[in-house]
Structure formats: C-alpha cells, structure tokens
Design a binder for this molecule. Structure first.
Ligand code: MN
Length: 292
C-alpha cells in the first residue's frame, strides 16, 4: 500500500490547501476518512499494520477519490519525533570520499524541522553555496520499540520512502556532529508516499538513482549498504526508544556532488530527482532561500 498525504486543489469539489491522507490506487488517490488529524500520521501508524491495512482497504472501497495528477503531494510523515541518518554506509561512497571504513556506524540527527514535501523547493541558504544531494532509502518506524534485535526489526517497520539527505558541505564539516550542515530548513525532502512492507519484499535489493537536471549522478543499489536496515534499527534502539513515524535515512551511494571532479553543488534553477525501485520518485526544484 502507498500511503500519501496531499492537498486537493481547488476545483475538484474539495477545498484546496487542506491536508488529507489517502491511499494511492493507480492514477488516483482514495481518501482515508477516519484520520482525525492529517498532520498526525504518526498516530495512524501507531495503530499497527493491521489497523493501517484495514483503513487502507476502507479508503479503497469507499473513500473520496482525487486524480493523482490534480493533487499536491505533501511529506508523508510531516512530524517525526526523530530523523536519524547514517553516514558513509555504502562502500563506493566511502571510497569516493577518501574516508576509511568507520569502526562504528556514524549516526547523526537531521532536525525534524527540515522535513519537506516530495516536490517542494530546496533552499540554497544565504550563508552557503555548497548544497549537495544524497539519495537515500528512508525507513519509517511503525511501533514504539526499544532493544529490537536485527532479526525482529522488520516487525517494527511501517514502511519505506525516498529521502534526500540534503547537505550543506561547509557547515557539515565545521563540526564533528554534522548536525547543523544536515538540518537547514527544506533540507529533508521525503516521499512521494510511504510504501508498506508488504509491497517491499526486500528493502536491500532496490536500485537507487539520483538525477540533477536530467543527468544521472548516483546509480546504486541498496544491496550495497554496509550496515543494513535491520542492524541500524538494532543499534539505534539499543540507545533510545523508537516511535511511530520516526525516520531512519540509511545512507547514500556514490556520486554526490562534493566528491566529483569538478565538484557539483546545487544552484537555484536546478531540479533534483531521486528514484528508488518499488518506492517511487521525489523531484525537488532548487531556489535561493527567500530573504526575510
Ligand atoms: Mn546521508
């Protein structure tokens, strides 16, 4: 099932500008009627996979339908309590950066305020011209959990989505935590929807590709992760309770702009597209940060 958040546009019989939750069915999206607060997808996920599947079935059977082409897709999980990400988790990316393989996985936080929609603009901040893309598979947690063994980790996953771990390289490397350089507003595009695990038989066998202005920049496979999704959930849940809606961004393959010769950084007017097999694609235009 593909679970989306969207705004219906004026003229289709519904008021525009109101967030809704729906299930994507072909070229339509069917509204999930029983969502009290469409911004609170976390609560829907927390009801568990069976309840989520039942809500999806009800939506497909009788929910109000909108043409997919006529809606604006929003971030599927707008308010995760945590947005964690792992660095240097693909061998080819490790090699392109010239780094040595870390002895311990490198996790960092993206501040949750950076979350934005699958087609929303990415800002080039006033303070930097070194904005880079990182196409990544995002894992969304579906159950409150702690101390999850890798073997049990698939059972705590609500679904998968595409993440652009947008990175401001000069700010990222000014501090060992990387947090500031990973957390500028608009630097966490996610989507285009959440795909539930029943439609993703193996998250470690998906092609992942990034284009900038139509030019293929990253062409990898999630099979090449050094620490797989399950190991990441085991490690993170050793430390902290994971909550429904939490996002784990699982690393990027080779081809990032900073490692190219010459280096490539995003500029206003660019368009970044990231596609993951079986999940979908997000495509974000780049603009200069609006002046206050
Ligand atoms: Mn990354």
């Amino acid at each position: 099932m593909r679970l989306a958040r969207f705004e219906a546009e004026a003229g289709d019989g519904a008021a525009g500008g109101v967030a809704r939750v729906g299930v994507v069915d072909g070229d339509e999206v069917a509204e999930v009627a029983e969502v009290a607060a469409p911004d609170d997808v976390n609560a829907l996920l927390a009801r568990g996979p069976e309840a989520l599947a039942a809500a999806g079935e009800a939506a497909l059977a009788g929910g109000a339908r909108h043409p997919l082409a006529g809606v604006r897709l929003l971030a599927p999980v707008p308010k995760p309590s945590k947005f964690l990400a792992i660095g240097l988790n693909y061998l080819d990316h490790l090699e392109e950066t010239g780094a040595t393989r870390p002895e311990f996985p490198i996790f960092f936080n993206k501040q949750v305020s950076c979350v934005t929609g699958p087609h929303d603009p990415i800002h080039v901040p006033v303070v930097s011209g070194m904005v880079d893309y990182e196409g990544e598979l995002g894992v969304v947690i579906g159950r409150r959990c702690r101390h999850v063994r890798a073997a049990d980790a698939p059972g705590v996953v609500a679904g998968y989505l595409v993440v652009n771990d947008v990175s401001v390289r000069d700010w990222q490397f000014r501090s060992p935590t990387m947090t500031l350089g990973k957390s500028f507003d608009t630097h966490g595009p996610i989507g285009p929807w959440l795909v539930t695990p029943d439609d993703v038989p193996d998250p470690h066998a998906l092609s992942i590709r990034t284009w900038v202005n139509g030019e293929l920049m990253q062409d990898g496979t999630t099979a090449d992760m050094l620490s797989d999704c399950w190991a990441q959930i085991e490690l993170l849940s050793t430390v902290c309770t994971l909550e429904p809606g939490d996002i784990i961004s699982t690393g990027t393959p080779a081809g990032v702009g900073v490692a190219r010769d010459p280096q490539v950084f995003l500029r206003a007017g660019d368009v970044v597209r990231i596609e993951i097999e079986g999940i979908g694609a997000i495509e974000n235009p780049v603009i200069d940060e609006p002046r206050p």
